[in-house]
Design a protein around this ligand. Structure first.
Ligand SMILES: [Zn+2]
Length: 427
């Protein structure tokens, strides 16, 4: 809940200081074609959902900064120096309260770093938020991990903008506060981003100006109320796995074969590149891990979309295994679950399913994962030997034979019906 809580607060704050809605519809300048499609590389990035109350999403937009490089870079440097200074000060004086931090650093931030009133507030917001995140991580850290350190920001770190320091203008332009006054940059919008920006269901909040390999991007945050959840007694159970990434209780499977193949291919290439060990080899390695990650992310998007659409179509709630706190509840963690807990790809798929369900007003029920894979979905007999191997299930009592993941998915759906509704959680 920690990180979510912070971002949620930010989302709520954004809604209060939202930019004028009247301005957004004039972004309709789609005709500009000053960058080839591959350069308009832009993607929908981090999307988070919050306890079925407020949803936020981020749109990443490439900027054409048109000669404002110097002003932006100078602002970026001063802003991040200021944020680092504020962070150190608050860290050592144990300040995590926004108001206390504001009174302590506001005046000095302005005189020391030459930031305007609003940018000074944004630098403080960035610093305090980073400290809160680190403090939360510190509480959750394992005994063998090294202690948390005070967050610091590089001179090319992002600039936080709020409704008073940036403004969306007509013709897909954006006005940004800098140390040399306001500068106007062109947003390079794809069709999808444009549609997202003008979607009246979403309220535009703050934004981060991000510099990445020589290009500036604006990460615009949007928020909205979560749609009302549809009450339904029926449930679509989903079993997540390695061989089949997902299997639902109607028997549809989403194979992990392609993902495994890509992973294996990159793994082999990585080994050969690692043997070389030069600097350019390391660069290539980094590029490859990015590509592998993007492939996995894309696959997770497709699976989660398909599952949620199916739930909407068939008017069912979704049910997943609850993997939070599994260690406390069972001494023996099944090997599958151990892998799931550790893999970012699994938690990403679970998160995607959860927030897409929240958008669509589909309830997500989390069920106790114990015995879901060793119980017979026909007669209810539970025995470890029921599960013959990774792939197949055969009941020792009634002889029912079935794909093991499918059997588990049916159990998950069934258990969920008996259980009271639970809020969606990050997996
Ligand atoms: Zn049986």
């Amino acid at each position: 809940m920690g990180i979510f809580g912070d971002v949620w607060q930010r989302a709520l704050k954004n809604q209060i200081h939202q930019t004028s809605r009247a301005e957004t519809p004039v972004l309709l300048d789609m005709g500009r074609k000053h960058a080839p499609p591959f350069l308009t590389f832009v993607l929908l990035a981090a999307i988070l959902f919050f306890m079925s109350k407020t949803l936020t999403r981020t749109i990443c937009i490439k900027l054409d900064i048109d000669g404002h490089e110097a002003a932006l870079q100078e602002t970026q440097q001063q802003f991040n120096e200021a944020a680092s200074w504020i962070a150190s000060l608050c860290w050592h004086e144990h300040i995590t309260n926004t108001t206390t931090a504001h009174h302590r650093v506001y005046g000095e931030t302005r005189t020391r770093f030459g930031l305007g009133a609003q940018l000074a507030c944004c630098a403080r917001a960035k610093a305090v938020e980073a400290i809160k995140t680190v403090r939360v991580q510190q509480k959750q850290r394992q005994p063998d991990q090294k202690p948390a350190e005070c967050p610091q920001f590089g001179s090319r770190g992002s600039i936080r903008y709020d409704a008073r320091t940036y403004r969306l203008l007509s013709l897909a332009r954006v006005s940004l506060s800098t140390l040399q006054g306001r500068v106007i940059c062109q947003m390079v919008l794809g069709k999808r981003q444009h549609a997202m920006l003008i979607d009246p269901a979403w309220t535009i909040g703050g934004a981060d100006l991000v510099w990445k390999r020589g290009t500036y991007y604006l990460h615009v945050t949007q928020g909205r109320e979560a749609p009302h959840q549809t009450e339904t007694p029926e449930t679509l159970g989903v079993d997540l796995g390695i061989v089949s990434l997902a299997t639902d209780s109607t028997g549809e499977t989403f194979s992990g074969a392609k993902v495994r193949e890509v992973r294996l291919r990159y793994h082999r290439r990585r080994q050969s590149v690692q043997r070389v060990g030069t600097r350019s080899a390391k660069r290539r390695l980094k590029k490859m891990s990015g590509r592998e990650k993007r492939f996995q992310t894309d696959t997770n998007h497709k699976i989660s979309t398909a599952l949620v659409q199916k739930a909407v179509r068939t008017r069912k709630a979704l049910a997943l295994e609850d993997l939070t706190g599994i260690r406390e509840r069972t001494k023996m963690v099944q090997r599958k679950h151990r892998y799931e807990r550790q893999s970012w790809a699994f938690s990403q798929l679970r998160t995607y399913i959860a927030y897409k369900a929240a958008w669509a007003g589909i309830p997500v029920r989390l069920v106790d994962p114990r015995n879901t894979s060793r119980t017979c979905s026909q007669c209810g007999h539970c025995e470890k030997a029921n599960r013959q191997n990774q792939a197949s299930f055969r009941c020792k009592q009634c002889g029912f034979c079935c794909n093991a993941d499918y059997n588990a998915a049916i159990n998950i759906a069934r258990v969920a019906v008996k259980q009271p509704m639970v809020a969606t959680r990050k997996g």
